[in-house]
Design a protein around this ligand. Structure first.
Ligand code: CA
Ligand code: CA
Length: 384
């Protein structure tokens, strides 16, 4: 209310200033717009002025920044008594939606011949919008289009950490379902003079989606088709892993290995790379000093069994750029039961004991008294 005393002089009623704030907000790609909020102060006489908000973003807007603008709702026509800064805005940040990846390619490749050092490898994973993974804590019921993700396969080997192997092409698994795609691309692996090389490969999802987690890493082995040689690569899904570094049930233990007796029959050569996940940590068993290798080829068909023993190191590689040594000169044993191709029936055991042989550090599948064979979750082993 204005008290006006007319004394015959000119007078002015100035507009009352409003102070307006629009609050910043964020949401994930493909999730609903959040409730916008702000504040308005300087209202006189209880006038019924309230803020409304608008943005150019929609549920399916790409990752990025969008303006949040305001308007003033004035049902009683009082706005003429006020002034305010109409340019005030704030920002709606659209962040990346959660995605999940599952390796769906092969994990073992041979070069074309013993004299060929390269292999053309298809790297392939199934990529899912979180809406396709109902059991996941990050689940939401608002799907996006997984084809707006960018999927790269990268090296996780320390010597080449993070290097791009290839960028995938995405194809929907089912053309009517935008939540799940197959990501694949081809990469030429060059193993040089080695008989076999295990590559640790990560899947990095970017674009409108985000996933970059070591638990998704896979070990893919490329080997020359040598005779007198045992090699393989793939993973076990932990069922009853044992020892003080037992892998968590349901998670994957990845492996790649190769071993052979050289031509003189004396000098064993080879390597082992095993990746274990336990309690949010990642551990690696690595060996390159094989002390024993025996092979029994199957009397008919392909395949056979092999046993091998070596000294090994155990390392916490949760931060792969700052590995923590947990011991060397440990006693590693492995058995391979090659049931032929394509490897879906192959069985393996891995067991790591302390250097003095008294403490079980890791068993791939512990019966309560010993490490027992387990069928591969994926991959292939070969005894030749
Ligand atoms: Ca979400
Ligand atoms: Ca969503």
């Amino acid at each position: 209310n204005y008290t006006i005393t007319n004394k015959g002089a000119a007078f002015t009623i100035t507009q009352a200033p409003l102070t307006i704030a629009v609050h910043p907000k964020s949401k994930q790609y493909s999730d609903p717009l959040p409730a916008f909020t702000g504040s308005i102060t300087g209202i006189k006489n209880g006038d019924n002025l309230t803020l409304s908000f608008s943005t150019t973003a929609t549920l399916l807007s790409n990752v990025g920044s969008y303006p949040i603008s305001f308007g003033i709702t004035d049902p009683n026509g009082k706005l003429g008594n006020y002034s305010w800064d109409a340019t005030i805005k704030n920002t709606l940040t659209v962040t990346q939606e959660d995605a999940r990846t599952t390796w769906s390619g092969l994990l073992f490749y041979s070069t074309a011949s013993t004299s060929t050092s390269t292999a053309n490898v298809t790297l392939q994973a199934t990529i899912q919008d979180i809406t396709a993974v109902a059991s996941d804590p990050a689940y939401d019921p608002y799907p996006g289009d997984i084809r707006t993700s960018v999927v790269q396969f990268v090296s996780r080997d320390p010597s080449n950490y993070g290097a791009l192997l290839c960028q995938a092409t995405l194809t929907l698994l089912n053309p009517s379902d935008s939540k799940t795609a197959i990501a694949s691309c081809s990469w030429t692996a060059s193993i040089g003079n080695a008989d076999a090389v295990p590559y640790t490969i990560g899947t990095v999802i970017a674009g409108n989606y985000l996933r970059d987690n070591q638990t998704d890493d896979m070990v893919l082995t490329v080997a020359k088709p040598l005779i007198g040689f045992t090699t393989g690569g793939g993973f076990l899904v932990n069922q009853a892993s044992g020892g003080s570094y037992a892998g968590d049930a349901g998670l994957k233990t990845n492996f790649g290995f190769n071993a052979k007796v050289n031509k003189s029959g004396s000098n064993l050569q080879g390597s082992v790379n095993i990746i274990i996940r336990k309690g949010g940590r990642v551990y690696q068993i690595k060996s390159n000093a094989i002390s024993s290798l025996t092979e029994q080829l199957a009397t008919s068909g392909t395949g056979g069994t092999a046993q091998f023993a070596s000294k090994a190191n155990l390392t916490d590689i949760t931060n792969p750029l700052a590995p923590i040594s947990l011991g060397g000169n440990l006693n590693f044993q492995m058995t391979i039961n090659d049931q032929g191709e394509p490897g879906t029936s192959d069985l393996v055991t891995f067991q790591l004991m302390s250097a003095d042989g008294t403490t079980l550090l890791f068993s791939s599948n512990w019966s309560g008294t010993k490490t027992v064979e387990q069928v591969l979750g994926g991959g292939n082993v070969q005894v030749r």
